[in-house]
Design a protein around this ligand. Structure first.
Ligand SMILES: [Zn+2]
Length: 379
């Protein structure tokens, strides 16, 4: 039952959760979802959206100066619409966009929050074409807005749960090939890749189900070992397949021999526990990611593969959260991650075109490929 403006104002100011658990929809019934009607009513209202954002950003605490060198809490509200706060310590004006990936955007907060809402309520995200129609934005703005939202997932750091250690699984997949993104060669243990061949490495934590991914330049034993050492804490146990390129890993490791048809093996861990060594169990997210490439790989842009991979894992990791918590997660992830269009679209040496031949047709600036067009683009 939607509430009145005053009721929503009261809820937001007092941190009362929006939304409700769904009685009729399948899946996670304990999750509190916000339906579209309510999202439009709250996030679609500039005043409520601004209130919600303030609350998401600072909670019960004081308004804090976002400038990293300052962080002052002696802040006054001003009448300036574009810069509604002023820090009495560093004397700078700021807004909720300052020092975030929303910086220098003219978009109002209702559109920002609706974009975040729409992008998060679908595991694969909303397409820029859909967003441009739904929010009445031009396609370039819609695309850039989505990339700024997803910037929240671009951190190099693993999920905080990784620090707890335990058991982890490691896997890699190859994307792309000599002819841009025409070929897709999945999982070649020990392979070295080729021109435009990209390797995505994934590390999942068994207990939390959380996933960390990134692009690695090659699968040399040293590269893999360095990545593992940086992402997995000491004292953890690692399950891999029997690839030869894992031999430099300085960690308790239990290979599962896929070539012999072995997918699960009982192992005695160094800590005395007996566990099922497998790279299958926590792989569901990772395999969904790979399948999504199988389905659409000919439309994928190598240039934005890292963004796609990180966004996918970021979304995967927050999917148990309520809608509002997911949105807050993104708001906090956007802090300190200013992103300009020029830097985002800067040449990184990888082809940006999609299409069956991996070719980019300059005369067709926008190539509509359904929900994943956002990684194909257009400059
Ligand atoms: Zn300040």
């Amino acid at each position: 039952m939607p509430h009145t403006f005053a009721e929503y104002e009261h809820m937001i100011r007092n941190g009362i959760p929006l939304g409700k658990t769904s009685k009729s929809s399948p899946g996670r019934k304990h999750r509190i979802g916000i339906d579209l009607a309510e999202a439009l009513k709250v996030f679609g209202d500039t005043d409520l959206a601004t209130m919600w954002l303030e609350r998401a950003r600072w909670g019960d605490g004081p308004i804090t100066c976002p400038l990293p060198v300052c962080g002052g809490t002696r802040v006054s509200r001003t009448k300036r619409l574009d810069m509604p706060y002023r820090c009495k310590d560093c004397r700078n004006w700021f807004s909720l966009k300052t020092e975030t990936s929303m910086a220098n955007s003219k978009l109002s907060f209702d559109k920002w929050l609706l974009a975040i809402y729409l992008d998060l309520t679908n595991l694969k995200g909303v397409s820029s074409m859909k967003l441009c129609r739904d929010l009445d934005l031009c396609q370039r703005t819609a695309w850039f807005t989505l990339q700024r939202v997803r910037e929240a997932f671009m951190s190099d750091e693993p999920p905080p749960e990784f620090a707890l250690g335990g058991e982890f699984q490691l896997d890699e997949a190859y994307f792309g090939g000599l002819e841009a993104n025409r070929h897709f060669i999945d999982r070649i243990p020990g392979g070295q890749g080729g021109a435009n061949m990209m390797i995505v490495i994934s590390i999942t934590q068994v207990a939390s189900g959380k996933m960390w991914v990134d692009i690695i330049p090659d699968t040399r034993a040293d590269t893999i070992a360095e990545t593992v050492d940086r992402i997995i804490p000491r004292g953890a146990a690692l399950y891999t397949d029997d690839g030869q390129h894992y031999h430099r890993i300085q960690m308790e490791r239990h290979p599962v021999n896929h070539n012999l048809g072995e997918y699960v093996r009982i192992v005695d861990l160094a800590n005395g526990m007996q566990r099922m060594a497998t790279t299958n169990t926590v792989e569901s997210g990772w395999s969904m990611f790979r399948r999504s490439f199988h389905g659409i790989h000919h439309k994928m842009s190598p240039k934005y593969l890292r963004r796609y991979a990180k966004t996918f894992s970021g979304r995967w990791n927050i999917r148990p959260l309520n809608t509002e918590e997911q949105m807050r997660h993104v708001i906090h992830g956007m802090i300190g991650r200013e992103l300009s269009y020029d830097i985002l679209t800067e040449d990184n040496g990888l082809p940006s075109g999609g299409g069956p031949n991996g070719a980019y047709h300059p005369e067709r600036r926008i190539r509509y490929n359904g929900e994943l067009d956002d990684y194909i683009l257009q400059e």
